[in-house]
Design a protein around this ligand. Structure first.
Ligand code: GLU
Length: 428
């Protein structure tokens, strides 16, 4: 029985950094969970050992924490349905594969790479879709036992029955029908003994009682395979929601070539987390009006899955910059002053001479003129350092004999005016 409150998950593969599209998937899952009183789970899908990157999980978790997407269950904090790292769940996948093998929903395949290449090339030459020809399904149980005893390398494949239709129900994309003749006998267990994404994903979504699978559109073609797996196990299928693609301004798929795709890059460039979250939330969702400025708690209040668009969302950097400026100005002066202090420390320009009071005065003078905190020391370094050069020509032209005297008397007059001003202000 699926739980009463929604349970959703963000299930990244640790590739070394958090992709901006991954942040959007995580955010929509988070918003949905918070809005509905459900649970937001982090699950690490690390069964592809060839793509393993040292330190990637830690990096991912720290980026999620920075952006405020705190999970209810997951690595580090645990939960009722752990472990939440797939490489720690290998026994579970093995047990489930046994069940599929026993019921004939899966079978051992001993085909060599050469045979598979030969098969694929032949299908390609005939213009056919490349699918496995079920060669090993014909093996008798005795033949299988013999090959296993001999230690032959093998994979386990899903047995997809031909001439059937698979229905996928998706909140965003509607109902989609797939023909099983176009679905390959997907490998479930690889020759290294690790499960493929498909098997591990379905087993875990079921065992972790996931009610809604909210993920990027690139996983839509895999979904009929997943539905077949749920059916093979006799399990309830979760609700699917496939999020629209993220596009470059020229409507090509968002790629590294056209700009940054790692959340860490935006953080390093000085974007405020509030602005990045606000911007990402609007990539594919709106509340039905033209409101653009949101804080996280307001996003939680307004969010709903049925207002997510089908069409690709264009990543517009100018809008992100604009939102950054808006969020910056919405902060209190003391908050801005402490951000400025952090920035000055980072760039190595901070000295004890800068009191909080001075920093606040600087941000008041500058906040309407900048989009990023780092622009304050860049554009107005004179607040923090004495000038170390002057314009020679200007001096030659404007510096007369009486200039020092005039400047001194001007300075005294300013001081007197300041005293008068203070007195007047006290009277008011
Ligand atoms: N591990 C997949 C990824 O890296 C998860 C896809 C899904 O959410 O099912 O995006």
């Amino acid at each position: 029985m699926i739980s009463e409150f929604p349970r959703v998950r963000f299930a990244p593969s640790p590739t070394g950094y958090l992709h901006i599209g991954g942040l959007r998937t995580a955010l929509y899952n988070y918003l949905f969970a918070k809005k509905t009183g459900g649970k937001f789970i982090l699950r690490i899908e690390d069964t592809d050992r060839a793509r393993f990157v040292e330190g990637a999980v830690e990096n991912l978790i720290s980026t999620m924490n920075w952006s405020g997407l705190h999970y209810d269950e997951g690595p580090g904090i645990g939960g009722e349905y752990g472990p939440y790292i797939q490489s720690e769940r290998l026994e579970i996948y093995k047990e489930h594969t046994e069940k599929l093998l026993e019921s004939g929903k899966a079978y051992y395949c001993f085909c060599s790479k050469e045979r598979l290449d030969f098969l694929r090339d032949g299908q390609k030459a005939k213009g056919e879709q490349s699918v496995y020809d079920k060669h090993c399904l014909k093996l008798t149980p005795e033949e299988v036992a013999e090959k296993l005893k001999d230690g032959l390398p093998y994979v386990v494949r899903m047995n997809v029955v031909a001439n059937q239709r698979v229905h996928v129900k998706d909140i965003i994309r509607g109902n989609i029908d797939f023909d099983t003749n176009t679905i390959d006998d997907q490998v479930l267990i690889k020759s290294d003994g690790f499960p493929t994404y498909h098997l591990a994903n379905v087993v875990d979504d079921h065992l972790m009682k996931i009610t809604h699978t909210i993920r990027g559109e690139e996983w839509l073609p895999s979904t009929p395979k997943h539905v077949l797996l749920y059916q093979a196990f006799g399990w309830e299928v979760p609700v699917f929601a496939h999020l629209p693609l993220l596009l470059n301004p020229d409507r090509s798929k968002l790629s590294k070539r056209q700009g940054d795709v790692a959340v860490e890059d935006y953080r390093a460039k000085g974007y405020l987390k509030e602005a990045l979250i606000n911007f990402i939330a609007l990539l594919g969702w709106n509340a039905g009006d033209d409101r653009e400025f949101y804080y996280m708690n307001e996003l939680v209040d307004s969010f709903s899955l049925d207002r997510i668009n089908k069409s690709g969302a264009v990543f517009n950097l100018e809008k992100l910059d604009w939102l950054n400026a808006e969020h910056l100005r919405a902060k209190s002066d003391s908050e801005l002053a402490s951000l400025l202090k952090e920035e000055l420390i980072t760039i190595g320009e901070y000295s004890d001479d800068f009191s909080d009071e001075l920093l606040e005065k600087v941000v008041v003078a500058m906040k309407e003129r900048v989009k990023f905190i780092k622009e304050i020391p860049q554009n107005a370094g004179y607040f923090f350092a004495k000038p170390d050069s002057y314009d020679e020509k200007g001096i030659q032209k404007g510096w007369k004999e009486d200039t020092p005297g005039l400047l001194t008397s001007y300075m005294q007059k300013l001081k007197v005016s300041l005293i008068h001003l203070k007195k007047i202000m006290k009277l008011l």
